[in-house]
Design a protein around this ligand. Structure first.
Ligand code: NG1
Length: 445
């Protein structure tokens, strides 16, 4: 939607309003490094042109009036204040509340301000392109302005990214900080290699000979709604795995050893090599599965304490939690992300593609976040000539990302339209596929 059209819709929605301010916040596609961010391990995404635009204006009272140009999102109003009770899981105003609550807490806001806010988006929702974090960041930029604060002067992009990553936990997901970091810090034509704790962003040029093609599997994943438990199985099992690794380290090296997250093995004072980490993992998880009872025995606590501290209400899979495979994914994905950054810097598209393929296998077999549809779409893409094809984002549905030589891009899209969308899905509309162009981070217009 054009800016002028958005302004007109804003005036229609909020008659008599002064000219609104506008900010934009892109979606993102993750090239490699899946389900590693919340463990403090690196990722390599890029921001895309599809984005959320928000028109907003401060109000005199504390009311937030949140509307969407898409009528399938109901109008939401709430009173800003010291403690914002969340709406039921999956409701879209939770993303706006998350941003406001995060900024209120950070800036110790007492003079709570309301705002009129109208959202429009070219980002498909629940497609693994981070529409949720994009909305959180857009609302954060709007509310910052309403508070009279300035991005980069009162809070840096990195600080805001860290703050919003934490703030988004309000909606119930236990995600890491990848999305907010790339949405706020990406640069045109580049991917971002992101490291965490502390947050660091390094840009790397995208291959000139290849296009990044995003294919929607047409399976929606409502990460803060129906699929919340599936997504949280990753963070929760990794939290348990981290506790087991810490126990092992204490037993081997002394009680003073502490880790907060798996990434601390590489980056904390321990500063282990990947080989050393691999050896520790093999001692922590010599068998594929670990039952709740076994975990409790190892951690010297009760099964209920294991649930309270690490697992929450995550159901125990038959035979136990898949700790060994989940740890293997973390280790191998860490190595792939580091090599992938080097491949980008060296302009080695072939290698980058191979790493993407290996990442998909690891996501599917070890981390168990793929699905028959995603696997079919990935296979169709490789058959159609992609150098690399993998699921992207949380998994279970959503999109795939593909590295496709530019000279076969049209044929690639035709072939995948036939094999996946027409034959596999029986869908005869226009294929939900696009070439992604790396975009700048969120800003005011
Ligand atoms: P998406 O694809 O936006 O649902 C989620 C998490 C990321 C990361 C990826 C998996 C949020 C906001 N986003 O992304 O932090 O863990 O899954 O790599 O929770």
């Amino acid at each position: 939607m054009e800016i002028q059209e958005l302004e007109q819709q804003f005036w229609r929605a909020f008659p008599g309003a002064k000219e609104p301010e506008i900010c934009r916040s892109p979606g993102r596609v993750n090239l490699i490094g899946e389900h590693t961010d919340y463990n403090g391990l690196p990722v390599l995404p890029m921001a895309i042109r599809q984005e959320i635009l928000v028109a907003f204006r401060p109000r005199e009272d504390r009311q937030v009036d949140l509307r969407n140009c898409d009528p399938s999102f109901p109008i939401k109003t709430f009173e800003n204040g010291p403690d914002l009770p969340p709406s039921p899981p999956g409701e879209w105003d939770n993303y706006c509340k998350a941003a406001i609550q995060g900024l209120n807490t950070h800036f110790k806001v007492r003079a709570f301000r309301g705002m009129d806010i109208l959202v429009t988006s070219t980002l498909p929702i629940a497609a693994g392109l981070s529409s949720s974090s994009s909305l959180v960041v857009a609302c954060a930029l709007a509310y910052l302005k309403v508070l009279g604060l300035h991005l980069e002067k009162d809070i840096s992009r990195l600080e805001l990214a860290e703050l919003m990553a934490e703030a988004e936990h309000y909606v119930g997901t236990r995600g890491g900080g990848m999305d907010q970091a790339v949405i706020l810090n990406c640069v045109t034509n580049h991917a971002c290699k992101i490291d965490f704790f502390p947050l660091r962003v390094e840009v790397a040029p995208l291959p000139e000979d290849c296009a990044i093609v995003v294919c929607d599997s047409m399976v929606k994943v409502r990460k803060s709604g129906a699929e919340l438990a599936k997504y949280n199985a990753g963070p929760r099992t990794c939290a348990l795995a981290c506790a087991l690794v810490e126990r092992q380290l204490k037993d081997e090296f002394g009680p003073e050893v502490e880790i907060d997250r798996l990434g601390d093995l590489w980056f904390g004072p321990l500063c282990l090599t990947s080989k050393e980490v691999e050896e520790i993992f093999s001692r922590v998880a010599p068998k594929p599965n670990l039952t709740l009872i076994d975990a409790a025995t190892r951690l010297k606590c009760t099964p209920q304490q294991v649930r309270d501290r690490w697992l929450g209400d995550l159901p125990e899979p038959n035979g136990g939690f898949h700790v060994q495979a989940r740890l293997r994914h973390q280790l191998t994905e860490y190595r792939r992300v580091e090599t992938a950054r080097d491949a980008l810097l060296a302009g080695d598209s072939e290698l980058f593609g191979q790493l993407m393929n290996a990442s998909h296998e690891s996501c599917a077999n070890d981390f168990q976040i793929s699905s028959p549809d995603l696997d079919a779409l990935v296979k169709a893409a490789r058959d159609a000539g992609a150098l690399g094809a993998r699921l992207t984002g949380a998994g279970f549905g959503g999109a795939t990302v593909n590295l496709v030589p530019k000279d076969i891009c049209h044929d690639f899209i035709d072939e995948i339209t036939e094999t996946y969308y027409r034959r596999h899905k029986g869908y005869n509309g226009g294929a939900p596929v696009f070439v992604a162009h790396a975009n700048d981070g969120a800003n005011y217009l």
